[in-house]
Design a protein around this ligand. Structure first.
Ligand code: 13P
Length: 256
């Protein structure tokens, strides 16, 4: 079954309201009329309202980079999924490797955040991926299986089918060292195979798996051509409109 390509830009802790608005304006101009690929951008929380306003009616989705487990209350510094939804987000990144390694998020917390996203009416992009030490130790499948089974615990099949997974090998993030198309395909096929074993068939057919880790205009086409690579979660290259647009244009059905 054909899955629509989904390219998302994770702006990380870059671009305050003014710079974010300039990038959104450039994307709006460059992607006008583009309907072949699903596109989302994830600004820092304070830049979300402006980007939502700028991208209104463009079809470009806006995502949060993280969300709190709770809907409101005494949780200083947190942003609830309900608030992201109210601000106009439709997606939210959950369990990014930077949240896991720098902020101590574990699979149990990440699972609660995935559920919180659905409760708030947001679709999660759940990030999984191994470190270099884990890859060198031959533990890629073991790590992915743990992150998937814990991170997705308790979800309904229709929720799984609608959400997105991002395979982001930690050693490829921000390093300029991209997984080869074969390495990406191998991990994505493992993830899809795991879904096929653990959920009704339509889940594995429909759930989109993005690749993330040093995706650039020069390597996007070869990655996106892999049968189980359904899109990309782009960090650094999503901060420049021209590069992000080139990555979107590298999607197989755009290049046709
Ligand atoms: P880079 O594209 O900068 O390697 O970042 C990838 C990433 O972490 C996206 O979430």
């Amino acid at each position: 079954m054909a899955r629509r390509t989904f390219i998302a830009g994770n702006w990380k802790m870059n671009l305050g309201p003014q710079a974010a608005d300039r990038l959104a304006m450039d994307l709006k101009a460059a992607l006008a009329g583009q309907t072949a690929v699903d596109v989302a951008v994830a600004p820092v929380a304070v830049s979300i309202p402006g980007v939502v306003a700028r991208l209104k009616h463009t079809g470009i989705h806006v995502a949060g980079q993280d969300l709190a487990v709770e809907a409101s209350g005494a949780f200083t510094g947190e942003v609830a999924g309900e608030m992201l939804r109210e601000a106009g987000c439709t997606w939210v990144i959950v369990g990014h490797s930077e949240r896991r390694s720098l902020f101590g998020e574990d699979d149990a917390l990440i699972n609660r955040k995935v559920h919180a996203a659905f409760r708030a009416g947001l679709l999660p992009i759940l990030c999984v991926g191994e470190t270099l030490a884990q890859r060198d130790a031959g533990q890629v499948e073991q790590v992915l299986e743990r992150q998937l089974s814990a991170g997705l615990a308790g979800l309904q099949a229709d929720q799984l089918a609608a959400m997105t997974l991002a395979y982001e090998p930690v050693w490829a993030i921000g390093t300029g060292r991209t997984a080869t198309p074969d390495q990406a395909q191998e991990a994505h096929a493992f993830i899809r195979g795991w879904l096929r074993k653990t959920a009704p068939a339509f889940v594995a057919d429909q759930l989109r798996i993005q690749y993330g880790g040093s995706v650039k205009p020069a390597n996007a086409a070869s990655l996106l051509r892999q049968p189980d690579v359904d899109g990309a979660l782009v960090g650094g290259a999503s901060l420049k409109a021209a590069d992000f647009v080139k990555i979107i244009e590298a999607a197989p059905h755009m290049a046709a």
